[in-house]
Design a protein around this ligand. Structure first.
Ligand SMILES: C[S@@+](CC[C@H](N)C(=O)[O-])C[C@H]1O[C@@H](n2cnc3c(N)ncnc32)[C@H](O)[C@@H]1O
Length: 266
Protein backbone atom coordinates (compact mmCIF):
# COMPACT_ATOMS: atom_id res chain seq x y z
CA UNK A 1 0.00 0.00 0.00
CA UNK A 2 1.17 3.55 -0.78
CA UNK A 3 1.12 5.22 2.65
CA UNK A 4 2.08 8.63 1.23
CA UNK A 5 -1.40 9.14 -0.27
CA UNK A 6 -3.92 10.74 2.07
CA UNK A 7 -7.12 8.72 2.39
CA UNK A 8 -10.16 10.45 0.88
CA UNK A 9 -12.53 7.60 1.56
CA UNK A 10 -15.78 8.38 3.42
CA UNK A 11 -17.76 5.96 5.59
CA UNK A 12 -20.98 6.74 3.70
CA UNK A 13 -19.43 5.31 0.49
CA UNK A 14 -19.60 1.96 2.32
CA UNK A 15 -23.14 2.45 3.64
CA UNK A 16 -21.75 3.30 7.11
CA UNK A 17 -22.63 6.32 9.28
CA UNK A 18 -20.75 9.64 8.93
CA UNK A 19 -19.63 9.63 12.57
CA UNK A 20 -17.15 6.85 11.73
CA UNK A 21 -15.10 9.43 9.77
CA UNK A 22 -14.88 11.59 12.88
CA UNK A 23 -14.02 8.61 15.09
CA UNK A 24 -11.27 7.44 12.72
CA UNK A 25 -9.77 10.96 12.77
CA UNK A 26 -9.92 11.01 16.59
CA UNK A 27 -8.46 7.51 16.85
CA UNK A 28 -11.30 6.24 19.03
CA UNK A 29 -14.27 3.95 18.42
CA UNK A 30 -16.25 2.17 21.11
CA UNK A 31 -18.63 -0.62 21.95
CA UNK A 32 -21.16 -0.87 24.74
CA UNK A 33 -19.68 -2.34 27.92
CA UNK A 34 -16.14 -1.10 27.13
CA UNK A 35 -13.14 -3.01 28.49
CA UNK A 36 -15.27 -4.79 31.12
CA UNK A 37 -17.25 -6.45 28.32
CA UNK A 38 -14.19 -7.23 26.21
CA UNK A 39 -12.46 -9.00 29.11
CA UNK A 40 -15.52 -11.11 29.84
CA UNK A 41 -15.88 -11.99 26.16
CA UNK A 42 -12.20 -13.00 25.94
CA UNK A 43 -12.78 -15.25 28.96
CA UNK A 44 -15.87 -16.84 27.40
CA UNK A 45 -13.70 -17.56 24.33
CA UNK A 46 -10.86 -19.00 26.45
CA UNK A 47 -8.36 -16.64 24.83
CA UNK A 48 -4.81 -17.64 25.83
CA UNK A 49 -1.33 -16.18 25.50
CA UNK A 50 0.26 -16.94 22.10
CA UNK A 51 -3.00 -17.89 20.35
CA UNK A 52 -3.93 -16.71 16.86
CA UNK A 53 -6.89 -14.34 17.14
CA UNK A 54 -8.97 -12.40 14.66
CA UNK A 55 -10.70 -9.16 15.70
CA UNK A 56 -13.41 -8.36 13.15
CA UNK A 57 -14.41 -4.68 12.86
CA UNK A 58 -11.31 -3.37 14.65
CA UNK A 59 -12.45 0.25 14.30
CA UNK A 60 -9.86 2.77 15.47
CA UNK A 61 -7.95 -0.02 17.23
CA UNK A 62 -8.04 0.79 20.96
CA UNK A 63 -9.92 -2.40 21.90
CA UNK A 64 -7.98 -4.69 19.52
CA UNK A 65 -4.57 -3.41 20.63
CA UNK A 66 -5.58 -3.64 24.32
CA UNK A 67 -6.43 -7.33 23.75
CA UNK A 68 -3.05 -7.91 22.08
CA UNK A 69 -1.28 -6.19 25.02
CA UNK A 70 -3.19 -7.84 27.84
CA UNK A 71 -3.51 -11.38 26.43
CA UNK A 72 -0.13 -11.43 24.65
CA UNK A 73 -1.77 -13.10 21.65
CA UNK A 74 -1.12 -12.71 17.93
CA UNK A 75 -3.94 -10.62 16.57
CA UNK A 76 -5.15 -9.73 13.10
CA UNK A 77 -7.70 -6.92 12.99
CA UNK A 78 -9.88 -6.18 9.97
CA UNK A 79 -12.24 -3.35 9.17
CA UNK A 80 -14.22 -2.24 6.14
CA UNK A 81 -12.71 1.26 6.35
CA UNK A 82 -9.10 1.99 5.55
CA UNK A 83 -9.18 5.06 7.82
CA UNK A 84 -9.92 2.77 10.78
CA UNK A 85 -7.20 0.33 9.78
CA UNK A 86 -4.68 3.20 9.61
CA UNK A 87 -5.70 4.35 13.09
CA UNK A 88 -5.38 0.79 14.46
CA UNK A 89 -1.85 0.50 13.04
CA UNK A 90 -0.93 3.77 14.76
CA UNK A 91 -2.21 2.49 18.13
CA UNK A 92 -0.30 -0.76 17.65
CA UNK A 93 2.93 1.22 17.12
CA UNK A 94 2.30 3.49 20.09
CA UNK A 95 1.47 0.56 22.36
CA UNK A 96 4.42 -1.59 21.31
CA UNK A 97 2.38 -4.47 19.85
CA UNK A 98 3.04 -3.84 16.13
CA UNK A 99 5.09 -7.04 15.86
CA UNK A 100 2.29 -9.23 17.18
CA UNK A 101 -0.52 -7.51 15.28
CA UNK A 102 -1.56 -6.90 11.71
CA UNK A 103 -4.41 -4.68 10.51
CA UNK A 104 -6.01 -4.84 7.10
CA UNK A 105 -9.10 -3.85 5.17
CA UNK A 106 -11.71 -6.64 4.86
CA UNK A 107 -15.45 -7.16 4.95
CA UNK A 108 -16.87 -9.34 7.74
CA UNK A 109 -19.07 -11.00 5.10
CA UNK A 110 -16.09 -12.06 2.98
CA UNK A 111 -13.02 -12.70 5.12
CA UNK A 112 -9.74 -13.06 3.17
CA UNK A 113 -8.44 -16.00 5.24
CA UNK A 114 -8.19 -19.73 4.73
CA UNK A 115 -10.51 -22.15 6.57
CA UNK A 116 -9.64 -23.24 10.14
CA UNK A 117 -6.97 -20.61 10.71
CA UNK A 118 -7.70 -18.88 14.05
CA UNK A 119 -8.12 -20.09 17.65
CA UNK A 120 -10.46 -17.25 18.59
CA UNK A 121 -12.53 -14.65 16.72
CA UNK A 122 -13.85 -11.60 18.54
CA UNK A 123 -16.22 -9.03 17.10
CA UNK A 124 -17.69 -6.12 19.07
CA UNK A 125 -20.37 -3.68 18.00
CA UNK A 126 -20.09 -4.51 14.31
CA UNK A 127 -22.89 -6.87 13.32
CA UNK A 128 -25.60 -4.24 13.87
CA UNK A 129 -24.06 -2.57 10.77
CA UNK A 130 -23.69 -5.72 8.64
CA UNK A 131 -26.33 -6.25 5.91
CA UNK A 132 -26.12 -10.07 5.63
CA UNK A 133 -25.75 -11.44 9.15
CA UNK A 134 -25.94 -15.13 8.25
CA UNK A 135 -23.22 -14.75 5.67
CA UNK A 136 -20.96 -12.98 8.19
CA UNK A 137 -21.62 -15.66 10.85
CA UNK A 138 -20.74 -18.42 8.36
CA UNK A 139 -17.49 -16.62 7.61
CA UNK A 140 -16.66 -16.38 11.33
CA UNK A 141 -17.15 -20.12 11.77
CA UNK A 142 -15.26 -20.99 8.58
CA UNK A 143 -12.01 -19.23 9.60
CA UNK A 144 -11.98 -20.69 13.14
CA UNK A 145 -10.22 -23.97 13.95
CA UNK A 146 -12.34 -26.92 15.13
CA UNK A 147 -12.70 -26.48 18.88
CA UNK A 148 -12.02 -22.73 18.55
CA UNK A 149 -14.38 -19.97 19.70
CA UNK A 150 -16.38 -17.13 18.18
CA UNK A 151 -17.36 -14.31 20.55
CA UNK A 152 -19.68 -11.40 19.80
CA UNK A 153 -20.55 -8.32 21.82
CA UNK A 154 -23.62 -6.66 20.35
CA UNK A 155 -26.17 -4.07 21.39
CA UNK A 156 -29.58 -5.54 22.21
CA UNK A 157 -33.02 -4.43 23.20
CA UNK A 158 -33.40 -5.67 26.77
CA UNK A 159 -36.97 -4.32 26.84
CA UNK A 160 -39.22 -3.63 23.88
CA UNK A 161 -38.51 0.02 22.89
CA UNK A 162 -41.36 2.51 22.49
CA UNK A 163 -43.16 2.38 19.16
CA UNK A 164 -40.84 3.46 16.35
CA UNK A 165 -37.91 3.45 18.83
CA UNK A 166 -36.07 0.95 16.69
CA UNK A 167 -36.37 3.21 13.63
CA UNK A 168 -35.18 6.23 15.65
CA UNK A 169 -32.11 4.27 16.79
CA UNK A 170 -31.31 3.21 13.21
CA UNK A 171 -31.77 6.76 11.90
CA UNK A 172 -29.47 8.24 14.56
CA UNK A 173 -26.75 5.62 14.83
CA UNK A 174 -27.03 3.55 11.64
CA UNK A 175 -27.39 0.41 13.78
CA UNK A 176 -30.11 -2.21 13.59
CA UNK A 177 -30.42 -3.69 17.07
CA UNK A 178 -31.66 -7.27 17.58
CA UNK A 179 -33.01 -9.19 20.54
CA UNK A 180 -30.76 -11.61 22.38
CA UNK A 181 -32.73 -14.55 20.93
CA UNK A 182 -31.98 -13.29 17.42
CA UNK A 183 -28.21 -13.12 18.05
CA UNK A 184 -28.23 -16.61 19.57
CA UNK A 185 -30.26 -18.00 16.66
CA UNK A 186 -27.77 -16.53 14.20
CA UNK A 187 -24.83 -18.30 15.88
CA UNK A 188 -26.82 -21.53 16.12
CA UNK A 189 -27.66 -21.43 12.37
CA UNK A 190 -23.95 -20.92 11.63
CA UNK A 191 -23.24 -24.26 13.36
CA UNK A 192 -21.63 -23.20 16.66
CA UNK A 193 -22.17 -25.37 19.74
CA UNK A 194 -21.94 -24.84 23.52
CA UNK A 195 -23.51 -21.42 23.07
CA UNK A 196 -23.53 -19.03 26.01
CA UNK A 197 -25.12 -15.61 26.39
CA UNK A 198 -24.77 -12.90 29.01
CA UNK A 199 -27.02 -9.87 28.71
CA UNK A 200 -26.49 -6.58 30.58
CA UNK A 201 -28.42 -3.34 30.77
CA UNK A 202 -26.54 -0.13 29.96
CA UNK A 203 -25.71 1.86 33.09
CA UNK A 204 -24.41 5.26 32.07
CA UNK A 205 -22.06 5.78 35.07
CA UNK A 206 -20.47 2.33 34.78
CA UNK A 207 -20.35 2.75 31.03
CA UNK A 208 -18.13 5.85 31.18
CA UNK A 209 -15.68 4.01 33.47
CA UNK A 210 -15.66 0.89 31.27
CA UNK A 211 -14.86 2.98 28.17
CA UNK A 212 -11.80 4.47 29.92
CA UNK A 213 -10.46 0.96 30.60
CA UNK A 214 -8.80 0.94 27.18
CA UNK A 215 -6.94 4.18 27.74
CA UNK A 216 -4.05 5.50 29.76
CA UNK A 217 -4.10 9.16 30.80
CA UNK A 218 -1.89 10.07 27.80
CA UNK A 219 -4.06 8.02 25.40
CA UNK A 220 -7.05 9.96 26.65
CA UNK A 221 -5.25 13.29 26.20
CA UNK A 222 -4.31 12.36 22.65
CA UNK A 223 -7.91 11.52 21.74
CA UNK A 224 -9.18 14.68 23.42
CA UNK A 225 -6.63 16.81 21.52
CA UNK A 226 -7.63 15.25 18.21
CA UNK A 227 -11.29 15.70 19.03
CA UNK A 228 -10.82 19.39 19.83
CA UNK A 229 -8.92 20.05 16.62
CA UNK A 230 -11.53 18.29 14.43
CA UNK A 231 -14.31 20.05 16.38
CA UNK A 232 -12.71 23.47 15.82
CA UNK A 233 -11.72 23.04 12.18
CA UNK A 234 -14.33 20.67 10.74
CA UNK A 235 -17.95 21.79 10.42
CA UNK A 236 -19.11 18.18 9.83
CA UNK A 237 -17.82 17.22 13.27
CA UNK A 238 -19.77 20.07 14.84
CA UNK A 239 -22.89 18.93 13.00
CA UNK A 240 -22.39 15.33 14.20
CA UNK A 241 -21.95 16.46 17.80
CA UNK A 242 -25.21 18.42 17.66
CA UNK A 243 -26.94 15.30 16.33
CA UNK A 244 -25.40 13.11 19.06
CA UNK A 245 -26.62 15.50 21.75
CA UNK A 246 -30.14 15.35 20.32
CA UNK A 247 -30.20 11.54 20.79
CA UNK A 248 -33.08 10.68 23.12
CA UNK A 249 -31.32 9.47 26.33
CA UNK A 250 -34.43 7.53 27.32
CA UNK A 251 -33.52 5.06 24.57
CA UNK A 252 -30.75 3.72 26.82
CA UNK A 253 -33.41 2.50 29.28
CA UNK A 254 -34.32 -0.13 26.70
CA UNK A 255 -30.86 -0.88 25.43
CA UNK A 256 -28.23 -3.25 26.69
CA UNK A 257 -25.43 -5.39 25.37
CA UNK A 258 -25.14 -9.09 24.97
CA UNK A 259 -22.02 -11.23 25.02
CA UNK A 260 -22.39 -14.37 22.90
CA UNK A 261 -19.83 -17.14 22.52
CA UNK A 262 -19.88 -20.52 20.84
CA UNK A 263 -17.47 -23.27 19.84
CA UNK A 264 -16.83 -24.76 16.42
CA UNK A 265 -17.51 -28.52 16.58
CA UNK A 266 -14.56 -30.88 16.22
C1 LIG B 1 -18.90 0.83 16.49
S1 LIG B 1 -17.38 0.53 15.67
C2 LIG B 1 -16.65 -0.61 16.80
C3 LIG B 1 -15.19 -0.78 16.53
C4 LIG B 1 -14.43 -1.65 17.53
N1 LIG B 1 -14.95 -2.99 17.55
C5 LIG B 1 -14.45 -1.04 18.89
O1 LIG B 1 -15.12 -1.59 19.75
O2 LIG B 1 -13.80 -0.01 19.09
C6 LIG B 1 -17.87 -0.52 14.31
C7 LIG B 1 -16.77 -0.81 13.31
O3 LIG B 1 -17.23 -1.86 12.43
C8 LIG B 1 -16.77 -1.61 11.13
N2 LIG B 1 -17.61 -2.35 10.18
C9 LIG B 1 -18.91 -2.13 9.87
N3 LIG B 1 -19.33 -3.03 8.97
C10 LIG B 1 -18.28 -3.85 8.71
C11 LIG B 1 -18.09 -4.98 7.86
N4 LIG B 1 -19.06 -5.43 7.06
N5 LIG B 1 -16.89 -5.58 7.85
C12 LIG B 1 -15.86 -5.11 8.64
N6 LIG B 1 -15.99 -4.05 9.45
C13 LIG B 1 -17.17 -3.41 9.50
C14 LIG B 1 -16.89 -0.09 11.01
O4 LIG B 1 -16.12 0.43 9.96
C15 LIG B 1 -16.42 0.36 12.39
O5 LIG B 1 -15.05 0.58 12.42
Amino acid sequence: MDNSKPTTQRARDFGLPDYFDMQAAMGQTKHVGGWTATQELAQLCHLQEGQESLYVGCGAGTAATTIAMEYKCHLIGVDLLETMVESAREWAQRRGVAERTEFRVADAQDLPFEDDRFDVLICESVNTFVPDLDRAAQEYVRVIKSGGYVGLNEAVWVDAPPEAGSEVMTALTGQKLRTSEEWMAMLDRAGLINLVDRVYAVEMKKEARAQLGFLSFWDYMRILGRFLSTFLFDSNTRKLMRLALSEPRAMYDYMGYGLYAGQKPA
